[in-house]
Design a protein around this ligand. Structure first.
Ligand SMILES: Cc1cc2nc3c(=O)[nH]c(=O)nc-3n(C[C@H](O)[C@H](O)[C@H](O)COP(=O)(O)OP(=O)(O)OC[C@H]3O[C@@H](n4cnc5c(N)ncnc54)[C@H](O)[C@@H]3O)c2cc1C
Ligand SMILES: NC(=O)c1ccc[n+]([C@@H]2O[C@H](COP(=O)([O-])OP(=O)(O)OC[C@H]3O[C@@H](n4cnc5c(N)ncnc54)[C@H](O)[C@@H]3O)[C@@H](O)[C@H]2O)c1
Length: 459
């Protein structure tokens, strides 16, 4: 088998891989991109985009149900078909990546469909349907393998037709009943969507609260809202056994009664497989979960890594933030280095949970002298006007020694949008004195930021 000489090989065409491969090819490099599934990765076909189409529809149902409290009457009869059609036709084109492949090939790059593995320094071997192909990358190997759903080793689970996010986004109907394992962002977005479409949903979390890494006050608000949506929320619950018969799942717990449901969604986090990627060949730890990278995304000599696998936040915006930095470094160009003090994230429930920087606990664990302030949305003017669906709060975390915000959480209608101002404050390390004297539009949800900062002063 002859080795093919190229300038760069990109393994994995997630959002970041697609970006970096396109940039390198546009710059004139001979680029081979290796993708085993769909060009574009998890986000457009199985994650961000289809789930947010679901969320948009579920939000419309949620708002319509608030009409009686605010504006007369409305009859809501949920139908999942428009959502399923939109995901199939608009978001994923029937899970077909032709347009993305053509977009990449227009940059001059070549796509090789198959699984890539580093087989020696500078060498990638791709297992394709027509046999292995080996490439020698003169300048760079860029790794963007993303993550796979993590399926816990629960007795019986592997033998059942459980769903992961990849199955749930392809649903044609909302199940009559759904049991969700895991109350992280994935589990909670699906939980609320299907609950609002009429499924009887139970969400089971081994941790002591939902959305564990968030501020506890955010978890509390969201749990209350989910319960009001009719969701059975079970925290601190150990699953002992899962079985499936006659079209129904049965889940047994370490304590308490078993639960039966038509569908079971496993949303218990993500996993990587660095051994399969062959990173040991370039001196990296194959047993690790993530690939450590420097501020230019360098992982080893001639190897860069971007996206979820770097462990800097499993978000599309992280992957596409890192991609141009890595591409510039491969091309030997000057440019800004990666900084992660203000990585934002939004869990797109209603209310949205926007977070940036450090939580109170994370800042305290780092040894900072922390002060926090909270403003509750229902008692802010806009929240009071909003009434139905006004659950939420803004919590700010300040470094008392430097008088800047190091983290913030916005749980609110449009909490992800409210987060924008807080993300600027944390990223740019805007002095608290400046945040105190600026003008916040009246009556907006984001005006509650100034109340949270006042609360900080009072604490
Ligand atoms: C249900 C869900 C909802 C989400 N919602 C959001 C959201 O709203 N906002 C947000 O920012 N993030 C969201 N995320 C996270 C987001 O999907 C990821 O962070 C994003 O896809 C970026 O991942 P990535 O670039 O690391 O690679 P991925 O998108 O995971 O793509 C990696 C690609 O590499 C390929 N690959 C892997 N190994 C190999 C190999 N050896 N050879 C060839 N190809 C390989 C895979 O097939 C895949 O296509 C969500 C995730 C899930 C699961
Ligand atoms: N809106 C967004 O930006 C968005 C949306 C979805 C996902 N994501 C990203 O995708 C990643 C994966 O999300 P996720 O929610 O799958 O993972 P996660 O790791 O955030 O949450 C998984 C949850 O499952 C629980 N769990 C683990 N084992 C369990 C078991 N056996 N039974 C019950 N619960 C169990 C964990 O305690 C945890 O709370 C996240 O890191 C997030 O960054 C982002």
């Amino acid at each position: 088998m002859a080795t093919e000489e190229v300038d760069a090989v990109v393994i994995g065409m997630g959002p970041g891989g697609e970006d970096v491969a396109g940039r390198l090819a546009t710059a004139g490099l001979d680029v081979v991109a290796v993708e085993s599934r769909l060009v574009g990765g998890e986000c457009p076909y199985y994650a961000c985009i289809p789930t947010k189409m679901m969320v948009r529809a579920a939000d419309a149902l949620g708002e319509a149900r608030r009409v009686p409290e605010l504006a007369g009457s409305a009859t809501v009869r949920p139908d999942f078909t428009p959502v399923a059609d939109r995901i199939r036709d608009e978001a994923t084109t029937g899970w077909d990546d032709t347009a993305a492949v053509e977009r990449f090939e227009r940059t001059g790059g070549r796509l090789v469909r198959g699984r890539g593995r580093i087989t020696a320094p500078g060498e990638v071997t791709v297992t394709t349907d027509s046999g292995p192909r080996t490439f020698h990358a003169r300048r760079a190997i860029v790794l963007n393998p993303g993550t796979e759903p993590n399926v816990p080793p629960i007795d019986g689970l592997a033998d059942t037709p459980y769903w992961t996010n990849r199955d749930a986004v392809a649903a044609r109907t909302a199940p009559e009943s759904l049991l969700v394992l895991g109350a992280g962002p994935v589990g909670l977005e699906f939980t609320q969507v299907f609950a609002r479409f009429g499924s009887a949903v139970t969400v089971v979390e081994t941790g002591e609260r939902i959305l564990g890494p968030a501020e506890p006050e955010a978890s509390e608000v969201l749990e209350r809202v989910l319960r009001a949506d009719g969701v059975d929320v079970r925290c601190g619950a150990g699953v002992r056994r899962v079985s499936h018969s006659d079209g129904r799942f049965r889940v047994e717990f370490d304590e308490g009664d078993p639960v039966e449901a038509e569908r079971l969604l496993v949303a218990t986090g993500r996993r990587t497989d660095l051994a399969a990627l062959g990173v040991g060949a370039v001196g990296l730890d194959e047993a690790a979960r993530t690939i450590p990278v420097d501020e230019r995304l360098r992982a080893a000599d001639g190897v860069w890594a971007i996206g979820d696998v770097t462990g800097h936040g499993a978000f599309t915006h992280t992957s596409v933030y890192q991609a141009p930095i890595a591409a510039a470094d491969v091309l030997g160009e000057q440019g800004p280095a990666a900084e992660y003090r203000a990585v934002p994230s939004v869990t797109f429930t209603d209310p949205e949970v926007g977070m940036v920087g450090l939580t109170d606990k994370a800042a305290t664990d780092r040894g900072l002298r922390v002060r926090t302030g909270i403003a509750h949305i229902p008692s802010a003017v806009r929240g009071w006007i909003h009434r139905a669906g006004n659950d939420g709060l803004i919590k700010v975390v300040a470094d008392a020694d430097r008088d800047v915000l190091v983290g913030a959480t916005a749980v609110a209608p449009g909490g992800g949008e409210v987060l924008g101002a807080l993300a600027v404050a944390v990223h740019a390390e805007v002095p608290l004195a400046v945040l105190r004297r600026m003008i916040y539009a009246y009556p907006t949800f984001h005006r509650a930021i100034s109340s949270a900062i006042d609360d900080l002063d009072a604490s």
